[in-house]
Design a protein around this ligand. Sequence first.
Ligand SMILES: [Zn+2]
Length: 279
Amino acid sequence: MGPEFSTQKPETKLIQRKMPVDEMDIIKDVKSGVIKKIVMLTGPEVSLASSFPDIHSFSKQCVDLISGDIPYPEAFLTKTYYSKSPQILNDLVRRILGHSYNPNAVHKFIKDMEDKKLLVKNYTACIDNLQIKAGSSPSLIIQFNGNIEDGYCDECKKNVLTESYLGAIKNGEELKCTECKNVVRPRITLLGEAYSKELANCAKNIRNSDLLIIIGASSLPIPISNMISYATEATPRLFIGESMPELKRMNKRDGDIFLTGDILSIIKDLSIKLDEIPK
Ligand SMILES: [Zn+2]
């Protein structure tokens, strides 16, 4: 049997839809079932709200760990640098994981969207693994920059059990791959490395969604900032961030909805309204 092609023309459906103009319209559309498929993009502000460091403080901490000169702070996070000095990254991970981090209101909101059967996928640049700790299904959470709590062998690609990896990291031990004896590294995407292959479906999921929510929108890294433009004119975009995002790459358009300020307060308010407002 050959491939099946859909005869549905999403553009036709789009024109018929009355687009929301503010968050209250969005809530009403969720309540009435107009919005059934939500894609969420989350950036480093969500990590910071749980006191998990972003790439800048990450890099700054790396500088503290090194005595020699480096060309620029983020150089530690390049594959080239890691290949030369793998222990620096592992030392940094040890430092970071020496603190505990807890899911915040954003993670709970995303889990709630899953429980309400509204979440298609959450694509996140965050490496803190907090969305999984909040109870989300791993199949719905695409951590395309990886996850600091997992380890693997860069040489033979063998996975290492999270418990073994975390145990070694926290004890200050250098964990070696059982197959090839290479030093095990954290499963985070270094600068210059490819993102998770699952990111390939992001554009399709955004195009087919009824709503795109971007949380932590004021400092979005590539490729999240590029993905946003995949939303069609029929998919409303709700931006939530500490400040207004830089929208050059995202094709700012009429109908975009912005909620700026403390992201935890904004999300808590949205959650309350979602639960309070009748259909
Ligand atoms: Zn190996």
